[in-house]
Design a protein around this ligand. Structure first.
Ligand SMILES: [Zn+2]
Ligand SMILES: [Zn+2]
Length: 235
């Protein structure tokens, strides 16, 4: 048994579609066997619930404070909690950004206005990591057609998303092999009780992830083992 992490979790302080506070995700994920997770709330250009009238600083504090509240509980429960975001770049396509922090957000107040490729460049310069979220998801809210960004700008694609259908993740896994990309996996968790219904997916590593630098290095190393159990939520 290794160390099991969920790389895609939302919370209701920032994500408009989430129902559980970040701090309550910690015991729920621990009970499901995880060693930790990355909080990846929908950013301002996605399904967020951060008040529009706030300043950039206040908005970024709302994102980071949600993470800090979970991290505090994580420290008490021996769970590793990391900060990330899910960024919508158009046509319901999203990227997951890891290895960034409050300084990155504070220093990039134009990050919702620049091309997604430029944002990827900035994240990489900062030492961060980009994974394309659910690249083959088909839903009513996603326009039909290929709107995927230039994937040479991302480090990884999400090869398992518990809220996907199996066929959608199989396509992602095939593309990942074809392009020899790194990969991420997670539940796309929006509600703690969904862990009872979702397949409880993530990546398992031989060692514990200590910090952001570790997290980025481990993802780049492609040493994570995809793990999941249970039934698909969507058939
Ligand atoms: Zn959502
Ligand atoms: Zn998501």
């Amino acid at each position: 048994m290794g160390y099991f992490y969920d790389f895609h979790v939302h919370s209701n302080e920032c994500s408009g579609c989430a129902r559980t506070p970040a701090r309550d995700m910690v015991p729920a994920l621990k009970a499901a066997g995880y060693s930790g997770f990355v909080l990846t709330n929908h950013f301002l250009n996605g399904n967020n619930c951060v008040p529009n009238e706030l300043s950039w600083e206040e908005k970024m504090a709302q994102y980071y404070n949600a993470y800090l509240s979970a991290k505090e509980v994580g420290a008490e429960m021996d769970m590793d909690v990391f900060f990330g975001i899910e960024y919508h770049y158009g046509n319901a396509q999203e990227i997951l950004i890891y290895g960034i922090d409050h300084d990155f957000l504070a220093g990039n107040p134009d990050m919702c206005e620049i091309p997604v490729t430029e944002l990827c460049d900035r994240v990489h310069k900062y030492g961060g990591f980009v994974s394309h979220a659910h690249p083959f998801r088909e839903r009513g809210y996603i326009p039909k057609g290929n709107f995927l960004m230039d994937l040479s700008y991302v480090d990884a694609i999400e090869i398992y998303n518990s809220a996907n259908r199996e066929v959608e993740d199989e396509k992602a896994q095939a593309l990942c092999r074809e392009l020899n990309l790194a990969y991420t996996a997670g539940n796309d968790l929006h509600l703690d009780s969904h862990l009872a219904n979702f397949p409880n997916a993530g990546l398992e590593f031989d060692c514990r992830i200590r910090d952001d630098k570790d997290l980025v290095e481990l993802l780049k190393s492609k040493s994570g083992r995809l793990r999941f159990s249970g039934e698909r939520f969507f058939k």
